[in-house]
Write a protein that binds this ligand. Structure first.
Ligand code: NAD
Ligand code: MG
Length: 387
């Protein structure tokens, strides 16, 4: 069997690094065709020396020489800049793109891969939040699959195998609740980034860790689920499940529920997406009921964690609202990580930005870019006024 040639966009991140661990464990299955990173030139070089891709792209052009000086002699092509990432994503030597860039920046390379007819393993949920209609339509038009990497969506994808969508009542996304589960506003007002970055069950990149603490991550995931599986807002529920063992569920027309379970380890959904349609073996630790005598569930507290309520409204509203919310969220998370605004102020800025940016019911890709830009500018002004 010929090896699947993987292009990892965002290889230096949490998902990218774990994907390389999966690939290293299955050298008979995969080879690395392309690696990309934004800033971390030294890790990109290290990865390239180990996995010998055909090419690497460094987003930050000021680091081009540093990367080229080491890799050029090894026969590895080196490119720099955002446009190069989009170009390389369309190479027909890539069998599967792993979209592991964080944020809106992942949209253009993912669309480029889909336009070329390349299947995408999608970790970058913001791509679907921003422009899910266009992304899914492109995949359909080209007849290529988008295989979810996000653990909840991987779970739903697996539960749906062999089931007609017409018999799906709803999906239930599980949420760990994040590091501040059970806390109230008087506590949240004072939390700092170091605390917010401590996720109980998952070790992840900084942005998604903050999103998990504010529950915005679950809001983004509701919108991601809408597009991936073609669901209405009413068909997407969220339940808090602090142990993160049930990764999500599907309820069918006969009331039957299917769940996908396992220990919380992102390498599992990453491996599933890379290997799909095959299920590969591994020696990861196995779940044991002895270690988990109780699995618990509760309703999310959307009065305290208002981001989830905002995202639910945005999901119902459609148009460019999710794109605006995402842009504002990216800005506030960055500001919070720089200790410029408080935890609860993130929600205020997102809300005000949503009020301010004009609603477009049927946006084009250009509309999405405009909405992203305008929302970022507005959010940045609000952040400035708060600091
Ligand atoms: P991360 O911050 O650890 O890594 C992000 C990667 O994207 C890095 O390789 C970085 O170089 C690259 N990047 C950053 N900005 C870029 C830009 N402007 N242009 C091009 N590349 C850029 O993030 P992560 O935690 O690995 O998450 C990646 C994506 O996967 C996110 O969309 C996240 O929501 C999603 N995801 C992550 C996890 C997880 O466990 N980490 C789980 C589910 C979904
Ligand atoms: Mg998730």
């Amino acid at each position: 069997m010929s090896k699947k040639r993987i292009g990892i966009f965002g290889s230096t991140g949490s998902i990218g690094r774990q994907a390389l661990e999966v690939i290293a464990a299955h050298p008979d299955r995969f080879e690395v065709e392309v690696l990309t990173a934004q800033q971390n030139a030294s890790l990109l070089i290290e990865q390239a020396l180990l996995f010998k891709p055909n090419a690497v792209v460094i987003g930050d052009e000021s680091k081009y020489t540093e990367v080229k000086d080491v890799l050029f002699d090894k026969g590895i092509k080196v490119f720099a800049g955002a446009a190069a990432m989009v170009e390389v994503a369309a190479w027909d030597t890539i069998d599967l793109v792993l979209a592991a860039i964080v944020g809106f920046a992942g949209l253009a390379p993912t669309l480029s891969a889909l336009e070329q007819g390349t299947p995408v393993a999608l970790a970058n949920k913001e791509t679907l939040v921003v422009a899910g209609d266009i992304v899914m339509a492109t995949a359909r038009r080209k007849g290529v699959p988008i295989i979810p990497v996000d653990s909840e969506h991987s779970a739903i994808f697996q539960c749906l195998l062999g089931e007609p969508m017409a018999k799906v009542d709803k999906v239930i996304l599980t949420a760990s609740g994040g590091p501040f589960l059970g806390k109230k506003t008087n506590f949240l007002i004072n939390v700092k980034k170091d605390h917010a970055l401590q996720h109980p069950n998952w070790s992840m990149g900084a942005k998604i860790s903050i999103d998990s603490a504010t529950l915005m991550n679950k809001g983004l995931e509701m919108i991601e689920a809408k597009w991936l599986f073609g669901l209405d807002a009413e068909q997407i529920d969220v339940v808090i499940h602090p142990q993160s063992i049930i990764h999500s569920m599907v309820q069918f027309a006969d009331g039957s529920l299917k769940a996908q379970m396992g220990l919380p380890d992102m390498k599992l959904p990453i491996q599933y997406a890379l290997g799909y349609p095959d299920r590969l073996s591994n020696d990861f630790p196995r779940f044991s009921f002895k270690n988990y005598p109780s699995l618990t569930f509760e309703q999310p507290d959307t009065k305290t964690f208002r981001n989830l309520a905002i995202a639910t409204e945005v999901l119902k509203k459609g148009g460019n609202a999710a794109c605006v919310m995402n842009a504002a969220n990216e800005e506030v998370v960055l500001a919070f990580l720089k200790n410029r605004i408080g935890f609860l102020q993130m929600t205020e800025v997102i809300e005000e930005t949503l009020v301010k940016i004009p609603f477009v019911e049927k946006p084009t890709l250009q509309h999405y870019y405009q909405a992203d830009n305008a929302a970022r500018e507005h959010a940045a002004e609000l952040i400035h006024s708060l600091t």
